[in-house]
Write a protein that binds this ligand. Structure first.
Ligand code: ATP
Length: 237
């Protein structure tokens, strides 16, 4: 496996409240890495820590061998990492198109922005149909598509996804995960945090279990899928 993203001894906290403690993690280039863990284990915090939003962090984060620990979020985006946050974070008052334009703010040239937009509309024709609609009036599934589309705009190498299945009907979840698989097959690596272990394991190449801010187990998905603890705790059988 070629390592795309590497975390060494990463600690993260909100003020004095420590959440991640000396966490080590490797994300493979070209793969889909799923992070599983109970409520409050620190999954959302892990993604925020990589993207350098909202948390205080220590330790070392490397992307493509480059130390990005002290980079600000816009620089992290320019290097090729984007984030689909929990709750989707779309701008309710803005149109679908304006949300996508904001996702492409680092692109500069209008030609690249147009290309990004075409790529997103090819993947999500429903967004094209609704390009003038206010994001806040979209269905939950459409808002998730918009959040993923916005993260695709700068043509990233790695997308951090926080619970893309949250609050969605099973059919929409299946549709979204099929698209995520397509995005990955087009060469974009994914780091996915999920409560829905079944769907996450169905697409993941690697799996990482976290408990109280520490990685307790990681490995290839097929290996962990057969693991008794994973089956009992995360899959319920
Ligand atoms: P869930 O699956 O329930 O979303 P999670 O594994 O994503 O959980 P986090 O959201 O990372 O967990 O939260 C880890 C811990 O950090 C929790 O104890 C939470 O209360 C705390 N926490 C999260 N956000 C903040 C914040 N902004 N300020 C203070 N504490 C926070």
């Amino acid at each position: 496996m070629t390592v795309l993203l590497k975390l060494d001894g990463v600690c993260a906290s909100y003020g004095d409240v420590g959440v991640l403690s000396r966490l080590n993690l490797q994300v493979s280039r070209g793969g889909i890495t799923a992070i599983l863990g109970a409520n409050g284990a620190g999954k959302t915090t892990l993604l925020r820590t990589i993207f350098n939003v909202l948390v205080r962090r220590q330790g070392r984060v490397q992307f493509e061998g480059e130390d990005i620990t002290h980079l600000r979020t816009p620089q992290v985006v320019r290097l090729g990492i984007t984030h689909v946050p929990d709750g989707r974070g779309t701008f309710a008052q803005l149109s679908v198109e304006d949300n996508l334009l904001l996702g492409g703010y680092t692109l500069g040239s209008s030609q690249f922005v147009r290309k990004g937009m075409d790529r997103v509309y090819d993947l999500f024709p429903r967004l094209k149909e609704r390009c003038r609609q206010q994001a806040g009036t979209l269905s939950g599934g459409e808002q998730q598509m918009l959040a993923i589309g916005r993260a695709l705009m700068p043509n990233p190498k790695l997308i951090l996804l926080d619970e893309p299945s949250f609050g969605l009907a099973p059919q929409i979840v299946a549709e979204i995960f099929k698209t995520l698989k397509n995005i990955n097959q087009a060469g974009v690596s994914l780091l996915l945090v999920e409560q829905n272990a079944k769907i996450a394991l169905s697409v993941a190449s690697h799996v990482c279990l976290i408990e109280t801010g520490e990685v307790i187990r990681s490995g290839p998905a097929e290996e962990l899928q057969g693991d008794e603890t994973v089956r009992k705790v995360y899959l319920g059988y």
